[in-house]
Design a protein around this ligand. Structure first.
Ligand SMILES: O=P(O)(O)OP(=O)(O)OP(=O)(O)OC[C@H]1O[C@@H](n2cnc3c(O)ncnc32)[C@H](O)[C@@H]1O
Ligand SMILES: [Mg+2]
Length: 200
């Protein structure tokens, strides 16, 4: 049996790590957490785009560890807010804001906005960086509506307020395996795999 490909997960987000562990398992990859290493540099997310930040996360870690690494930059784009919080999703309510502080601020900002104007999408850009190779970039989106109030405890981040009209529940009410079939991260992972296969 061939050895599983070892890929470092260039993220400090435990929710992403859980999802990647399942998504990687389906590919036969072994995801290695950043916690396994010492002295790993902090990545400053100063890009204007998800792609710039994902590229920086993946290449900084791949170069430092001399191993393949996947970087994920993701966030929520709300139409009534002109696409905000976008790349600033993690710091929407302040530099070290909690997930709950972020989604509470979002609900406050959208108070009084009618249901049909509460459309939004999650976007995820993934970069696979391997030492000595061109980085590969893929993205995925997931469409939904911002709820009036939080529901559900699964997932992370904005999941409790991200309502999926087709399913009649929020992302945080979905079982993890179902989120991993429909999410922006799952779509991006599928697109990354397709790009890798195309490259051969
Ligand atoms: O940068 P790393 O270390 O990967 O971890 P992070 O949590 O800072 O990740 P980002 O910079 O990519 O910020 C992503 C933001 O979007 C939110 N987000 C991303 N994917 C999500 C998902 O699947 N469900 C809910 N919220 C999500 C997340 O909670 C953050 O507020
Ligand atoms: Mg971040």
């Amino acid at each position: 049996m061939s050895e599983r490909k070892k890929v470092v997960l260039a993220t400090r987000n435990k929710g992403k790590v859980k999802e990647f562990n399942s998504l990687f398992a389906e590919l036969g990859w072994e995801g290695i957490s950043l916690d396994a290493f010492e002295g790993v540099p902090e990545v400053v997310e100063d890009g204007d785009t998800f792609e710039a930040n994902a590229l920086k996360k993946a290449t900084t870690i791949a170069t430092y560890l001399n191993m393949p690494a996947v970087g994920d930059d993701s966030g929520l784009e709300v139409d009534a807010l002109g696409g905000r919080p976008g790349v600033y999703s993690a710091r929407y309510a302040g530099e070290h804001a909690s997930d709950e502080q972020n989604w509470r601020k979002l609900l406050d900002e959208l108070r009084g906005v009618p249901a049909q104007q509460r459309t939004a999408r999650f976007r995820c850009v993934l970069v696979l960086a391997e030492p000595g190779k061109e980085p590969m970039v893929a993205q995925g989106t997931c469409e939904g509506v911002i709820a009036e109030a939080p529901e559900g405890t699964n997932g992370f981040g904005y999941d409790p307020v991200f309502y999926l009209p087709d399913k009649g529940v929020t992302m945080a009410q979905l079982p993890p395996e179902e989120k991993n079939r429909i999410s922006h991260r799952a779509m991006a992972m599928g697109n990354l795999l397709a790009a890798i296969k195309r490259q051969g």
